[in-house]
Design a protein around this ligand. Structure first.
Ligand code: MG
Length: 371
């Protein structure tokens, strides 16, 4: 089998509100075609225009080559060698950031091809299925008021979610607001639902330690990204001082970055995004590295049903997989780009039994939102 084309599809809603940290307003889809008529789908979470350039760039010299040029004519089954070829071929502008993001979408599409060609799920091809359903947490942006948040929490608990996260928006700017929000949310969702909070990089270590002590009484399951991504010393001080799990990692790409998050930042929970960290191939290495250190991995995912499917395949095939992020964004791209999304029921997503990622793109949605 040979790769004949790497198609990049930029999809976006008619208007984008860039003041919100909402990644479901646009996306960059990858479709890899082969000479045997099988094509694979992947998704990139990056700046779409920047990541597209990484794929389509013409060669400049031996370590500055666009990904498409590196892949044409290659066998998709050579997935490890192709990852290495892409990493080496983009070394001059890559090693992390947009080059790894673009590689991620391509890697997901290659796993989709391999699954389809063998008639097996991506999870089976990643090494085997540990569980065929995975707890999915409702992931919401924090609205401006606690009242609105309480109403949303009630709604999603009513839909069966057993774990919920609110993030960004007003969080991290007013200690009293944050504590009151957590107190109210805990009351609304009851004692048995996991509650997580995503602060969005606004604190320093001392403030985070103080706040984590206040959150302990409300049994917060994790505090996410309270500090800037590079404040490893701050994270280490916080994680050492707090009984609440400290989570981060959606900003990183490549396994060496996650090794640093464990070694230097003492994180409890790593959150690689499959559309950013280097794809399923790299995420598997990150997951086993974390497993060996007895650390948890919960993939970040705030895009479309493509990333939900990839994340479900990933968590199903990891020995310590137990949870995934499930955006409840009402964006048409998040809800309808995939025609047959991963099934959600009573707080769990179910691993599809169809080959590859197990999903199909709705051609009408693709055509309508193609930028
Ligand atoms: Mg986050």
């Amino acid at each position: 089998m040979k790769i004949t084309d790497v198609e990049v599809v930029y999809l976006k809603l008619p208007t984008i509100d860039a003041s919100k940290c909402d990644g479901t307003q646009d996306t960059l889809m990858i479709r890899i075609h082969t000479d045997e008529g099988i094509s694979g789908i992947g998704e990139i979470d990056s700046s779409p225009a920047v990541a597209r350039a990484v794929v389509e760039a013409s060669a400049s010299h031996s370590i500055a080559i666009g990904l498409k040029e590196l892949l044409l004519g290659e066998d998709p089954f050579d997935i490890e060698r192709l990852w290495h070829k892409m990493f080496q071929g983009t070394l001059y502008f890559g090693r992390s950031g947009p080059a790894l993001h673009a590689m991620s979408g391509i890697d997901i599409a290659l796993w989709d091809i391999i699954g389809k060609a063998t008639g097996r799920t991506a999870a089976q091809m990643l090494g085997g299925v540990y569980r065929d359903k995975v707890k999915a947490y409702a992931s919401l942006l924090m609205p401006d008021t606690i009242k609105e948040a309480a109403a949303l929490a009630e709604r999603y608990i009513g839909l069966g979610y057993q774990a919920i996260k609110f993030g960004w928006g007003p969080f991290g700017k007013d200690d009293k607001f944050d504590v009151e929000a957590i107190r109210t949310l805990r009351t609304v969702i009851g004692d048995d639902v996991d509650l997580m909070i995503d602060i969005g990089h606004t604190w320093d270590a001392q403030q985070a330690i103080r706040m984590s002590r206040k959150f302990e009484e409300f049994n917060v399951f994790w505090i996410e990204e309270p500090l800037p991504p590079d404040d490893h010393a701050g994270y280490a001080a916080l994680a050492d001082a707090s009984d609440i799990y400290i989570a981060a990692g959606e900003q990183e790409s490549g396994r060496l970055a996650y090794e640093r998050l464990i070694r230097d930042a003492h994180l409890d929970i790593l959150q690689p995004d499959l559309g950013r960290c280097g794809g399923l191939t790299e995420a598997k290495k990150i997951a086993y590295m974390a497993y060996d250190k007895n650390k948890k991995v919960v993939p970040h995912a705030f895009k479309t049903g493509i990333l939900v499917a990839a994340s479900t395949q990933f968590v199903a095939s990891m020995p310590h997989g137990f949870l995934l992020e499930y955006t409840v964004s009402e964006s048409t791209l998040a809800r309808h780009l995939v025609r047959n999304p991963v099934k959600f029921e009573n707080g769990y997503v179910h691993l599809p039994d169809r080959p590859g990622l197990g999903i199909e793109i709705d051609p009408e949605v693709e055509a309508k939102y193609k930028a």
